[in-house]
Design a protein around this ligand. Structure first.
Ligand code: IMP
Length: 502
């Protein structure tokens, strides 16, 4: 059986497939959306927004796209790509990305935007950035307005993509949406707001007004122009997807990861949508039971996190967290300063940088270094409660040269007594399934099992059984501790570097 036949065997009987991430995002969903793209007739996103990012190669040029799904590149008669109702839809970013497609001579007629998707407006980006200036309570957001847009939705003052089709109502809704924000912004130094608004993603100063803070006319004009570009792409996508359940092959593409979900993640260091499979289904207009198979992606045997928040297995601990959160730290600077860092560095902080180099772990949206650490099984066990056991392991080859692999199999709780509902967590308690409260996670000492590395190049391996014995031992350990089923192992970035374990 060739790889495609194996893949199709894995998906036999599956009409609707969901791909989600079981960690803090950046686990390689893009590769797998691409891998399944030719199987699918409909590919839909249902959560997140321009905070996500994936690299798309068109001809010889690489582009980072945030909203346009990568499935757009797959020509298949009748194939549709959808941005669903749960997505924070930024017309400015979409217009930019559609312009690239146009420049490259690619059609976007097969790209549909849910009329119910949440409309990102300039004030959302401003509020997001203002809040992050205050270092107390900083989340380390991507600055794409995600928190404020979902907040407005729940506060019942949000706008949707459908409002772009009814510009008569747009201005009234816009004014209502702005009123509280203007009152708040007037309390801070106007120059700070002005500087924030002088950003290309916020109209490069076009929307700023010295007196009223926001120039409503300019916003309306810009959004009218955006609507002209893509109004024919706006549709009732929820009905389209629902009507095709069980008839067409549907791929639901998750964004971020369970641990960043507003509902089940490591709150408050999370994003503002529910990026679990439940949120994904809902954000596409479906029920979770419409999904035939959910594949949860897990980076192993290391993991990453971007932004603030506890990360028990982080290599270099707080020193790494601080360094990665420092403004201006990026790949070029790290390459200059730590050119010798490797995955075997005796110093853990440097080892973390070595892992980052080996795995190219820099944010697609922000360019920030991703914090790196060992695979954390208590968090994985927690995450699979929501995604189920079926798993894709990615980026294993990054650790091909690593001599000693550590896997966190449990935590020892080191904090004060902490009440979890009716139970009291006490110092010294063993935790095998993570408890996502920040008070608990930040007081968890990881307990490790150490393994010898496999020290060989696995990037050309094509079957599970021919993976090195030392790696199989590690995979068996992960399975036995978490109950996951390893359906797919990714051993490199290319499509054919994908092992189906059937
Ligand atoms: P926001 O989604 O921009 O509000 O950011 C909230 C948190 O989620 C921050 O810690 C971000 O770094 C993190 N985050 C958001 N999107 C992604 C992503 O695509 N990958 C990894 N982390 C993300």
């Amino acid at each position: 059986m060739n790889n495609k036949e194996q893949r199709d065997k894995l998906l036999s009987g599956v009409n609707t497939l969901a791909i989600v991430c079981n960690q803090w995002g950046d686990t390689g969903k893009g590769k797998f959306v691409d891998y399944f793209a030719d199987w699918a007739d409909i590919i839909a996103r249902g959560t997140g927004g321009a905070n996500a990012g994936h690299t798309i190669r068109i001809k010889d040029q690489e582009y980072i796209f945030h909203l346009v799904p990568s499935g757009i590149l797959y020509d298949k008669i009748g194939k549709i790509n959808i941005i669903g109702s749960g997505v924070a839809f930024d017309p400015n970013i979409i217009a930019e990305e559609l312009e690239i497609l146009k420049k490259e001579g690619l059609s976007f007629d097969n790209l549909l935007f849910s009329r119910n998707a949440l409309l990102v407006l300039p004030q959302h980006l401003v509020m997001d950035r203002v809040k992050e200036i205050n270092t107390e309570g900083k989340i380390g957001t991507t600055g794409r307005g995600i928190g404020p847009v979902y907040t407005d939705h729940y506060a019942r003052i949000g706008l949707t993509v459908n409002d772009l089709l009814n510009m008569k109502n747009f201005k009234e809704k816009l004014k209502r949406n702005l009123s509280d924000k203007v009152k708040l912004l007037k309390l801070i130094d106007i120059n700070i707001v002005k500087e924030i608004m002088n950003h290309p993603h916020i109209g490069s100063g076009r929307f700023f007004d010295e007196k009223e803070i926001f120039n409503i006319e300019e916003i309306e004009k810009a959004y009218r122009e955006f609507a002209e570009i893509f109004k024919k792409n706006i549709a009732d996508t929820e009905s389209i997807i629902r009507n095709n359940i069980g008839k067409k092959k549907i791929l639901l593409e998750g964004a971020q990861g369970n641990l960043l979900s507003i509902d089940i993640g490591t709150y408050p260091f999370v994003t503002s949508s529910d990026c679990s499979v439940t949120g994904l289904a809902k954000g596409c207009g479906l029920k979770e039971t419409d999904i035939d198979l959910t594949l949860g992606i897990v980076k192993a045997p290391y993991m990453t996190r971007v932004g603030e928040g506890p990360f028990p297995t982080e290599l270099g601990g707080l020193e790494s967290a601080k360094w990665c959160g420092t403004k201006g730290v990026n790949k070029t600077l790290e390459k200059e300063k730590y050119s010798d860092a490797t995955v075997n560095d005796a110093n853990e902080f440097n080892q973390g940088i070595g892992v980052r180099f080996a795995g190219y772990e820099y944010g697609a949206t922000t360019g920030r270094p991703r914090r790196t650490g060992w695979l954390d099984l208590p968090l994985l066990k927690y995450s699979t409660i929501f995604s189920g056991p079926h798993t894709i392991l990615t980026k294993i080859d990054v650790m091909d040269k690593c001599e000693k692999i550590k896997i966190c199999h449990a935590y020892e709780y080191t904090g004060e007594n902490y009440q979890i509902g009716e139970k009291t967590l006490k110092k010294g308690d063993l935790i095998e399934t993570a408890i996502p409260d920040k008070e608990v996670i930040s007081a968890c000492k990881p307990l490790y099992t150490e393994f010898d590395g496999w020290l060989s190049d696995i990037t050309q391996t094509t079957s599970y059984d021919s993976l090195p014995q030392n790696l199989i031992k590690i995979l068996d350990f992960i399975k036995s501790k978490t109950g996951i089923v390893i359906d797919i192992v990714s051993v490199g970035p290319d499509r054919d570097q994908t092992i189906i374990n059937i």
